[in-house]
Design a protein around this ligand. Structure first.
Ligand code: MG
Length: 163
């Protein structure tokens, strides 16, 4: 059994993961609108991953006998200047998510809640991957600079991302 406080914090994280999904879907929509088909695919896969994160946290709460309660979400931004700004916003967002997950882990350590610490390990490792893949996209787009041909190729490659 986990504490009421821990359950409340994990529930908040479920809502944040769904907001992440919503944000990436908004990015996907804007990328498609601007003709960045590779980024559209990249962001769509990310949208799906974030929903999986939310459901993974949900399953954990449910296994602990806690009812998940969804909350209202703020509307995401809907337009970006270009894909560089989009991935930069994604990185800033992922850093916030990492900090939230660290906060959950700090609470789990303080409460000697070993089950939650064990569950969070997957998310801690996942955040390293998330930040690395977004950073890699930012580097590639930055290298393309003002060359629309190079940017086209980078976007195309980003669309080849594996599921
Ligand atoms: Mg996530």
């Amino acid at each position: 059994m986990i504490s009421k406080k821990m359950a409340k914090e994990i529930n908040a994280q479920i809502n944040r993961e769904f907001f992440s999904a919503f944000l990436y879907l908004a990015m996907a929509n804007d990328a498609l609108d601007k003709g960045y088909n590779g980024t559209y695919r990249w962001m769509t896969l990310q949208f799906q991953e974030e929903q999986e994160h939310a459901l993974k946290f949900s399953k954990y709460l449910q296994d602990q006998g806690v009812k998940v309660e969804l909350a209202a979400m703020e509307a995401p931004k809907t337009s970006w200047k270009g894909i560089l700004e989009m991935y930069e916003d994604a990185l800033a967002h992922e850093k916030k998510v990492t900090a939230w997950i660290y906060g959950l882990n700090s609470l789990a350590i303080a409460e000697k809640d070993y089950a939650t610490q064990s569950m969070l390990k997957w998310f801690i490792d996942e955040q390293v991957e998330e930040e690395a893949s977004v950073s890699e996209a930012i580097s590639a787009i930055s290298m393309a600079g003002n060359s629309s041909g190079a940017l086209y190729m980078v976007d195309h490659r980003l669309g080849k991302r594996e599921d």
